[in-house]
Design a binder for this molecule. Structure first.
Ligand code: GAL
Length: 879
């Protein structure tokens, strides 16, 4: 006999003869025991011995005594020990044989991590692996990797050893398990010891991880169900029912944990059907419940990762697994509690790999869930959730309003590195069929963010059909995702639509403060960068002195160049030379005159004059402007860094100003730069955020510029509504370049098209003629008409000849501008047909500039109009 064989035999004999007490290998040197005193569940130590044998466990707050039962099993419950970096020895001894000693045992939190390949996915495969590994010196984190094994009967032991987390041990350990733990420590637990148990196997279906009792609770006939699933579901790992539960979970039962993490589902994503959602939900719910039951330590937290997009072979089947996970979250009267889910619908990769490598963000989101679910931490301490569906309601006009919670600062954004994806994509779809119908006909929509709601407009759905179900990002690889301000995404969902309770007008914010277009002043056209606090104050004084304030001019707005830099904490700073008293003092001055004050910024990082703009500072700036008491903000486009989506900046400012209004009651007008087509403005849905949006290029003091802006603005007329106006840019009335005739035409037309009336000239030194134009009462009254309906060109366009423009007014009359774009005076006729009056009706004709009735007319009215002039009249039907 060789010497080594002899030694082995000797050891085996010795073991048999001297030590009946034994413990499963989950107990070992360096282990972490869950006995943190802030958590109810305590640690147990258990094992086997001869039946009836007395067992002593010498551990902190011990020793503990017990006796093995008739099957030779024993178990002791340890008293809680506060988590600390202290390490202990624990000794277990029976009546005979050598005691078993576990060294370097710590007390803290223990997390069990299970699932398939995305849980197995190791730290060495993730993005940033080299740095993660190098930084993994965490002796208080202890790792236990359960060796792969299968069994058709429940086993008592696993293979594995506890190891200290280090650059040597972490590379092959589960990235999601490790990072969830590490982020939980960073965010809350600090240096408290953490035990991580990895018991996972790639390619395995959930049924393999369930006890036979748990599986029996789910119908075996459903698609993806038990009997059917076990062939074919195995995409790389064992798929037989319960084989992994038996070999890799059962031996851990009783080893107290704080939480379990689950990252699995790809092997169950087989069919695009509601049945497959129901089947997976049944499996997941019963697996969780049964694990909790057998552990016997109460409802420990159970967190799962919802699947990321990867481009599965079965179209959309992943969506049905995601939906099942969503339905496994706690809900009123729901099946299960104390669960949480990390949504990672934005973390797929462009090459559609099934194992996305950004495990850092998965771990961070899981840690947020863990802290919320296991410890009950809430917002704002832990911002753990993306926008979460509250309800979807159908409105009487066919639109659907979806309400969310955890939705502050909600916005659409492309994901997986896809920048333009939110343009043209339709992440929300509706159907007039029930939510439970497979293969329903789904219609695309435009879905625009309105605060914490999505306003959904179905496209192509029959006029009278009622939306009954709605779904968000319900395909395997959605690329346009809804986020909240914490950059956490909304889970995809499939939900029923409730019948409308509200009125569609609730959809847009009621703007009590701006029921007609704003009137005031903007510094750009006249002063450009040459502004200072004196110019502001004297303009405010002149508004009062000239009577403009009485006519309705109230906003004194300065444009670009008032700011020079940001303070170290990012606060925007006014130019200290030009505004030595500071913006708050300037605002107070303007307010003291009974007027309002407005500022300019841009959504890029630079204004058009290369001053610091808002990019990345939107909420901070909104708070600053709120503090200063600013009443109006112009948000230009301009240069430098920009958010990929044009509306992001608007949404953030709107959020900031809404908050300002909530806390101070102060309303801030938002005027944005859009300059796109009608479709473009609708796509970005400027009206949801802004009170005004620019429709064209910068206006110049030339006739052609005024006409060009007029034309651009006209195509946008359909989207103007009360509180939300098209903005063809500031007035050039009074500036060199326009004749008096042209100025009057410009002003008349800006009133017909419901444009903001922002004087762009030197108010302090303007001529009486200029003042008279801007304060003509009956002309201004057209602009401010309470019906708030934008007037439009009603004749054929004629860039060098006559045109007729008309605006319907609240009193049943129509304001009409006969516009001569030609170079010679000409007779221009408006027919009643064109302007929307009955052809036979008789109307009084009132010259709005002269403020006098000039007769009556039936069917049409003509007037001679000078070149580049407008004859502006009101036709008031008398019959
Ligand atoms: C332009 C904007 C103008 C003015 C200017 C300031 O982009 O259209 O109205 O604000 O920037 O630099």
């Amino acid at each position: 006999m060789s010497r080594s064989l002899f030694l082995l035999l000797f050891v085996l004999l010795l073991d048999d003869a001297w030590s009946a007490v034994s413990l499963p290998k989950i107990f070992g040197d360096h282990m972490v025991l869950q006995t943190n005193s802030e958590y109810g569940a305590r640690a147990f130590i258990y094992g086997s011995a001869n039946p009836g044998e007395a067992v002593t466990v010498d551990a902190p707050r011990g020793p503990y005594y017990t006796t093995a039962n008739e099957h030779g099993r024993w178990n002791v419950m340890l008293d809680p020990v506060g988590a600390s970096s202290k390490s202990y020895n624990i000794t277990v001894s029976g009546e005979e044989g050598n005691p078993i000693v576990f060294t370097d045992v710590m007390y803290g939190n223990v997390i069990l991590c299970s699932g398939q390949s995305n849980m197995v996915f190791a730290v060495n495969g993730m993005f940033n692996a080299t740095a993660e590994i190098a930084a993994a010196n965490h002796p208080n984190i202890r790792l236990f990797k359960v060796a792969l094994n299968t069994s058709s009967t429940p086993l008592w032991d696993v293979n594995g050893t506890w190891e200290l987390c280090s650059p040597t041990t972490i590379p092959s350990f589960s990235a999601v398990c490790y990072l969830t733990g590490r982020f939980s420590m960073d965010m809350h637990w600090g240096d408290e010891p953490l035990g991580l148990i990895q018991s996972a196997w790639g390619g395995t279906p959930i049924q393999a991880w369930m006890s036979p009792e748990a599986l029996a609770k789910c119908p075996s006939t459903s698609p993806g169900g038990q009997s059917q699933s076990l062939e074919g579901l195995d995409v790389g790992g064992p798929g037989d029912p319960s084989v992994l539960y038996n070999a890799m979970i059962n031996p851990l039962v009783g080893f107290s944990v704080r939480a379990a993490l689950w990252y699995q589902g790809e092997a169950n994503a087989r069919e695009s059907s509601i049945n497959s959602t129901n089947a997976y939900r049944c499996y997941l719910t019963n697996m969780i419940t049964s694990w909790r039951d057998v552990w016997g330590i109460g409802d420990f937290a159970f967190l799962f990762v919802q699947l990321a997009p990867y481009g599965s072979s079965t179209a959309d089947a992943v969506s049905y697994v995601r939906q099942a996970m969503l339905e496994t979250l706690p809900s009123p009267g729901g099946d299960i509690d104390t669960t949480g889910m990390a949504v990672i619908i934005d973390l797929g990769e462009a090459d559609h790999r099934v194992h996305p490598q950004n495990k850092t963000e998965v771990g961070r989101r899981m840690a947020l869930q863990l802290l919320h679910v296991a410890l009950g931490l809430q917002q704002p301490e832990v911002n753990f959730s993306g926008p979460s569906l509250v309800r979807a309601s159908a409105m009487s006009n066919g639109m659907v309003v979806i309400e969310f919670e955890y939705a502050s600062g909600m916005f659409w954004n492309g994901s997986h590195g896809c920048v333009q994806c939110c343009k043209g994509a339709s992440p929300v779809q509706v159907t007039s069929e029930e939510r439970t119908v497979d293969n329903a006909t789904w219609f695309n929509t435009t879905a625009t963010v309105q605060g914490t709601k999505l306003i959904v407009k179905p496209m192509g759905m029959a006029q009278n059909s009622v939306p009954k179900a709605i779904r968000l990002n319900f395909n395997d690889f959605p690329e346009c995702v809804l986020f909240n301000e914490y950059l956490l995404p909304a889970s995809p969902f499939l939900a029923a639509v409730e019948t409308a309770k509200d009125n569609v007008f609730d959809v847009f914010p009621v703007v009590n403060e701006l029921k007609t277009p704003p009137m005031g002043f903007n510094s750009w056209n006249y002063y450009h960068c040459n502004i200072d606090e004196q110019a502001v104050k004297s303009t405010a004084d002149a508004f009062v002195a000239t009577g403009m304030a009485k006519v309705g001019y109230e906003f004194v707005n300065i444009d670009d160049c008032w700011m020079v830099e940001r303070a170290p904490d990012g606060t925007i700073q006014a130019d200290p030379v030009r505004f030595p008293s500071g913006m708050k003092a300037v605002t107070d001055y303007v307010h003291s005159k009974g007027l309002k004050f407005g500022l300019y910024t841009a959504q890029g990082s630079l204004t058009c004059q290369k001053r610091p703009a808002a990019y990345g500072h939107e909420l901070q700036d909104a708070a600053t402007y709120c503090e200063w008491g600013i009443d109006y903000l112009k948000i230009d486009g301009c240069g430098g860094m920009k958010h990929p989506n044009r509306s992001t900046s608007w949404q953030l400012f709107k959020q900031g100003f809404d908050k300002c209004q909530e806390t101070t009651g102060h309303f801030t007008v938002m005027s944005v730069e859009s300059c796109g087509s009608l479709a473009d403005v609708c796509h970005w849905y400027a009206p949801s955020y802004a009170n005004l949006w620019r429709t064209c290029g910068d206006i110049q003091a030339t006739w052609s510029s005024v006409m060009s802006n007029l034309d651009h603005n006209n195509v946008m007329a359909p989207i103007a509504l009360m509180g939300h106006y098209n903005d063809p840019d500031m007035l050039q009335v009074g500036n060199v370049g326009l004749s008096v005739t042209e100025s009057k035409a410009h002003f008349s037309l800006w009133c017909i098209i419901m444009a903001p009336l922002l004087a762009g000239t030197d108010i302090v030194h303007m001529s009486n003629e200029t003042l008279a134009i801007m304060t003509a009462p009956e002309v201004v009254a057209v602009n401010q008409d309470p019906l708030a309906k934008q007037g439009v060109r009603v004749s054929p366009a004629n860039a060098t000849g006559p045109e007729v423009w008309a605006r319907q007014l609240h009193d049943g009359s129509v304001a009409v501008a006969l516009l001569n774009r030609g170079e010679k005076a000409m007779m221009i006729t408006a027919t009643w047909d064109e302007i929307g009056l009955h052809p036979d009706s008789k109307a009084t004709i009132r010259d709005l500039w002269e403020r006098k009735d000039v007769g009556t007319a039936t069917g049409k009215y003509s007037s001679n109009v000078e070149s580049h002039g407008v004859f502006l009249f009101k036709a008031m039907p008398t019959s």
